[in-house]
Design a binder for this molecule. Structure first.
Ligand code: BES
Ligand code: ZN
Ligand code: ZN
Length: 497
């Protein structure tokens, strides 16, 4: 889809008309240049109540030789928010058929720049399918749709800029989804690292450093190594740096990148195990966010660390009962090899301290317990700083990606540090509160500023995206597969707040 903004009054191709509930005829401001037969058809379905303009509903009208229209509902004017505009845009893209042709012209009735931009964003976000692995029929060429968002002359400049930013952000979301959807035989730590390295070549303000398996062993990344050593595809850590020469503290993102999670020796049950290809969703979120920032010309410094490994059972795999030691020097009793995300993250979080970041946010498809708690509707959000947690929660609300506050209670920390033989344990005492105990475990590996023993812990938040990174049925921006969630949240957090 090619999307542009213009103040021209022409209607090229199919007209897209967003409408509020209760509209009984074409809004006056939208009438200019509308073919008479099309207009009367639209007026007819509106006055008869055949199209009620309920949120996300669409209807196509063929006005004969005179043109076609897609009507799309925004719901009631009173409670219509920017999110409804975004969803309406996505609903249009979802409903585009060959018969709509290759050109669309969107015309709003005094919607305002922010809402028009969100509509465009929704159209672009929903314009995604993962068909790399399907044979293509040579004669079935895909129609490339070109969309023109029309506005007044006074709005043109601002809307053009907004849409340009959304295009860049959308590239980041779609990159995250591509990474997540890629099958695990083709997406393993080394491939992810190669992709990051290649990506860095296309921008002169980003650098990517890869810590390979041997280097990870040498550096003492015991968590990453313990998880990845049982696989023929060896683990690695990928570090992204943007505008690294900018002075001062910066945001630091950490991602869980388990390219496939069998559970290891604590093998998962067979049903739906294929879904564990999404277990690198955290690393995909981080990579996608860096792409969104690079695309939109972010000038601040940002660092990201992804912890890549494949969790396999093998003769040389980590066993339940093993005690390991990672970068932090703290020992971990591995009681279940399926609780592997926290092990790789323990090294990523500790490593983050080297960059003296303003704050650290980690993203991980960490626990089934989080999906039990919040379903596919919201990400679990924990932080060692209440104000910071609120900022992230609000950034999520602003872009329509929910992140729900969860508790970091001292009791959970106690539970994860009462191993009989090690400093910490990777499994809670029982199954209750499993998403919270996982977060409490991670907190043990968030360094203090300057790694000082009695210093202040770096501001940190943890986002458990086990339920939101895939499988969402209510996310209008996504048909199926990986969702690419939180690229937009974090881009917004970093650039706007
Ligand atoms: N990758 C899983 C978590 C997960 C579950 C993600 C469902 C997406 C959907 C994680 O590594 C895991 O297996 N966690 C265990 C932890 C348990 C052993 C403490 C879990 O949630 O069962
Ligand atoms: Zn696991
Ligand atoms: Zn996992």
């Amino acid at each position: 889809m090619e999307l542009n903004v213009s103040a021209s009054e022409n209607i090229n191709g199919t007209l897209v008309l967003p409408l509020y509930e209760g509209s009984e005829s074409v809004p006056e401001s939208c009438e200019v240049g509308m073919p008479a037969s099309l207009k009367s058809q639209i007026n007819r379905v509106l006055s008869d109540g055949d199209f009620k303009a309920k949120k996300k509903s669409t209807m196509t009208l063929f006005g004969g030789e005179d043109g076609k229209a897609i009507l799309v509902g925004l719901g009631e004017n009173d409670d219509c928010t920017i999110h409804d505009f975004r969803k309406a845009g996505a609903a249009v893209t979802a409903g585009i058929k060959k018969s709509h042709g290759s050109e669309l012209t969107v015309r709003f009735d005094k919607a305002g720049v922010a809402n028009m931009g969100a509509f465009a964003e929704g159209m672009m976000l929903r314009d995604y399918s993962y068909d790399n692995y399907k044979q293509k029929d040579d004669d079935e060429e895909k129609v490339e749709v070109s969309v023109r968002i029309t506005c007044t002359e006074g709005e043109e400049e601002e809307l053009t800029k907004l849409v340009k930013d959304y295009k860049g952000i959308c590239k980041g979301v779609h990159l995250s989804r591509d990474l997540g959807n890629c099958p695990p035989n083709d997406m393993y730590p080394e491939v992810f690292a190669d992709m990051a390295r290649d990506w860095a070549k296309s921008y002169d303000n980003v650098d990517v450093t890869i810590i390979n398996y041997d280097e990870a062993v040498k550096a003492g990344m015991g968590g990453l190594v313990a998880v990845g050593k049982g696989s023929a595809r060896k683990p690695c850590m990928v570090i992204f740096e943007m505008n690294k020469n900018v002075e001062g503290r910066c945001p630091l993102l950490v991602g869980k990148g388990i390219t496939f999670d069998t559970g290891g020796i604590s093998l998962k049950p067979g049903a739906n195990m294929d879904e564990m290809k999404y277990d690198m969703g955290g690393s995909a979120t981080v990579f996608g966010t860096m792409e969104a920032l690079a695309q939109t010309g972010h000038e601040g410094k940002v660092v990201a660390i992804t912890c890549m490994a494949e969790n396999m059972p093998a003769a040389n795999a980590t066993r339940p009962g093993d005690v390991i030691k990672g970068l932090s020097g703290k020992t971990i009793e591995v009681l279940n090899t399926d609780a592997e995300g926290r092990l790789v993250l323990s090294d990523g979080l500790w490593k983050a301290g080297e960059y003296d970041p303003e704050y650290i946010i980690d993203f991980a498809t960490l626990t089934g317990a989080c999906v039990v708690a919040l379903g596919h509707e919201a990400t679990g959000l924990w932080s060692n700083d209440d104000d910071f947690r609120t900022r992230i929660h609000e950034a999520g609300n602003d872009v329509g990606e929910l992140a729900w506050p969860m508790p970091l209670l001292p009791a959970f920390e106690k539970e994860m540090t009462n191993s009989k033989i090690a400093d910490t344990r990777n499994l809670g005492a029982g199954r209750w509160g499993g998403a919270n105990t996982a977060a409490a475990f991670l907190k043990q590996f968030v360094p203090n500023r300057g790694y000082e023993k009695d210093g202040e812990q770096i501001t940190w938040a943890h986002m458990d995206i086990a339920g939101t990174y895939w499988g969402s049925k209510t996310n209008t921006m996504v048909k199926d597969g990986a969702t690419g969630v939180h690229v937009r949240t974090i881009h917004h957090l970093i650039t706007k707040s």
